[in-house]
Design a protein around this ligand. Structure first.
Ligand SMILES: CC(C)(COP(=O)(O)OP(=O)(O)OC[C@H]1O[C@@H](n2cnc3c(N)ncnc32)[C@H](O)[C@@H]1OP(=O)(O)O)[C@@H](O)C(=O)NCCC(=O)NCCS
Length: 150
């Protein structure tokens, strides 16, 4: 990743552009209402942009006392595999309030790309939710990945 990327908090003016990335990346995207509501639940969502301000990815978080859950994350498809997801998530982890002692998320069993990213950032698989996600052929398991924060 070169230096011409900017990571900043997501605001309401970023929603439409970020939601386009959500829709492009997921077969079952969140509804726009849910996506927008995540700004009400959390002021800890981040986006990554290029130096012209075009949004290239986002990550959504919920922080409750000493725990952080990553609820959603995606990078624009034509910018995959450039290190953006890694750098965005690493930035988020390094920016967590000091009180936060663990960060966790759910990921589809089949999503080995995302699992590789989480493993690269020292997350470990700690659990399984059977048939957690509805997919076109039925249901799919979720793995729970967690990383402790020192
Ligand atoms: C998962 C996602 C965010 C990764 O973002 P990215 O910017 O493309 O990832 P990076 O370029 O930073 O890669 C970081 C690591 O992820 C893994 N990775 C990324 N792309 C991969 C691929 N096509 N195949 C295997 N591993 C891959 C690798 O471990 C990689 O490290 P490496 O380059 O040293 O091998 C992106 O693929 C995405 O938006 N996917 C769709 C939405 C999604 O699945 N979100 C997560 C839901 S839990």
């Amino acid at each position: 990743m070169d230096d011409n990327y900017i990571i900043r908090h997501m605001g309401s003016k970023d929603l439409v552009e970020a939601y386009r990335i959500e829709q492009d990346n997921y077969l079952y995207p969140w509804s726009y209402a849910n996506f927008a509501n995540s700004l009400d639940y959390s002021d800890s969502n981040y986006i990554i942009t290029n130096d012209s301000g075009t949004i290239l990815g986002f990550v959504m978080l919920i922080i409750v006392v000493d725990e952080c859950q990553i609820t959603n994350m995606a990078i624009a498809k034509n910018h995959h595999q450039k290190g953006l997801g890694y750098n965005l998530l690493r930035y988020v982890i390094n920016s967590l309030p000091r009180i936060v002692k663990k960060i966790w998320l759910e990921v589809k069993r089949s999503n080995t790309v995302a699992q590789n990213l989480y493993k690269k950032l020292s997350f470990n698989m700690i659990g399984l939710r059977t048939n957690y996600y509805k997919i076109n052929t039925g249901y799919e398991d979720a793995f729970i990945f967690m990383r402790k924060i020192n």
